[in-house]
Design a binder for this molecule. Structure first.
Ligand SMILES: Cc1cc2nc3c(=O)[nH]c(=O)nc-3n(C[C@H](O)[C@H](O)[C@H](O)COP(=O)(O)OP(=O)(O)OC[C@H]3O[C@@H](n4cnc5c(N)ncnc54)[C@H](O)[C@@H]3O)c2cc1C
Length: 324
């Protein structure tokens, strides 16, 4: 028997909560309020008390703290074991996880162990009167949003794309923290972390001004980089450029990359596939340059320039350098 409770995995790096966990809380709290459900933020390890308080301020009614020193750094073995036991005991109706590298790693194995369905990378989330969560996922090259419902198995699980939902914050919100201590004595942690390298690349979803290069740059992003330097912008790319290893994956914009929320975005030589445009829909002003006047990208742009990137960009750079 499932409870009328929705759980959100609160991913953290030390005492800093991942943005996507807060975004999921924001959307999930809207749903739980509308249907009289409760919302639980699930924390693992021994975080500072403030982390639990923040989880509540961002929308959770309560926090489930699965407390164990060994859970302070992510381990698939230990996290799956701890969450599997807690879920089997409490039987939440849904369990939502951010589609981060760790979140994706955790969700797949946990769903398989729970013998439940898992929706990957949801971009919409609603609930119906039957308590079914309807997850929306881009399909057919991103041309449609397919709705996925987990009809029978519980909990209903999904990973949620970062940058999709808005956070809500109420500094006065209060809630209870329930602490449990998992039994990890028989669980072997098969992965040892030898060294931790944190990417120094800025989180693109926080970029205020971004220049995105696509295939139309011919894969040479030297010009994009120079223009970005001169205009104090961050750089993003489309997936083909990241696939070719021309830039780190952390710079990819789109459904399997980052969602931009920039005030201004300049898009250079990008055709405008749905998988890409879903990553710029929350931008303020979008300016695009493309050779093809019928390019789909122009349907997602405020200013459309039909022209050759390799001719226009050097001229702009020349002018800006001249002004310095
Ligand atoms: C499951 C899945 C997930 C995906 N996720 C992503 C994602 O997160 N992000 C992403 O970007 N893609 C993603 N894709 C790929 C996506 O569908 C497109 O293939 C990709 O976005 C195309 O990149 P592009 O626009 O740079 O290249 P192209 O489609 O090749 O377009 C190049 C554009 O440049 C123009 N052009 C060419 N030369 C010039 C020039 N000299 N000057 C000006 N314009 C020029 C062309 O007219 C064209 O419009 C995904 C695909 C799948 C199947």
């Amino acid at each position: 028997m499932t409870s009328n409770d929705i759980w959100v995995f609160i991913e953290r790096d030390g005492d800093e909560i991942e943005e996507v966990s807060l975004e999921i809380l924001g959307k999930a709290s809207e749903i739980t309020r509308a249907f009289g459900y409760s919302l639980t933020g699930v924390l693992l390890g021994t975080p500072n008390e403030e982390v639990a308080s923040e989880t509540i301020r961002y929308g959770a009614d309560k926090v489930l703290l699965i407390k164990h020193e060994d859970l302070n750094t992510y381990s698939n073995d230990l996290y799956v074991k701890s969450l599997f036991d807690s879920i089997n005991k409490e039987m939440p109706s849904a369990f939502l996880i951010g589609a981060t590298p760790y979140g994706r790693d955790l969700a797949g194995r946990l769903a398989a162990k729970l013998r439940t369905g898992l929706t990957a990378n949801a971009i919409t989330m609603e609930m119906n009167e039957k308590g079914e969560v309807i997850f929306g996922v881009p399909a057919y090259g991103g041309k449609i949003v397919a709705e996925i419902v987990c009809e029978k198995a519980r909990p209903q699980m999904s990973t949620v794309r970062p940058g999709t939902f808005n956070k809500v914050y109420d500094p006065k919100r209060k809630g209870k923290v329930n602490t449990i201590v998992p039994d990890l004595t028989k669980t072997q942690n098969r992965v040892k972390i030898l060294e931790r390298n944190v990417s120094k690349i800025k989180d693109l979803s926080k970029s205020e001004r971004t220049i995105v290069g696509g295939n139309g740059t011919g894969g040479d992003i030297t010009l994009v980089k120079r223009l970005a330097e001169l205009t104090n912008c961050d750089i993003g790319v489309t997936r083909p450029l990241a696939d070719r290893g021309l830039v780190p994956r952390d710079l990819q914009v789109g459904s399997t990359g980052y969602s931009l929320k920039s005030k201004i975005a300049l898009i250079l030589g990008v055709s405008g596939s749905e998988h890409f445009t879903s990553g710029i829909k929350d931008c303020g002003t979008v300016i695009s340059i493309d050779l093809d006047e019928k390019s789909e990208i122009f349907n997602h742009s405020d200013y459309c320039i039909v022209g050759d990137v390799s001719e226009i960009v050097p001229l702009v750079i020349q002018k800006l350098e001249g002004e310095r």
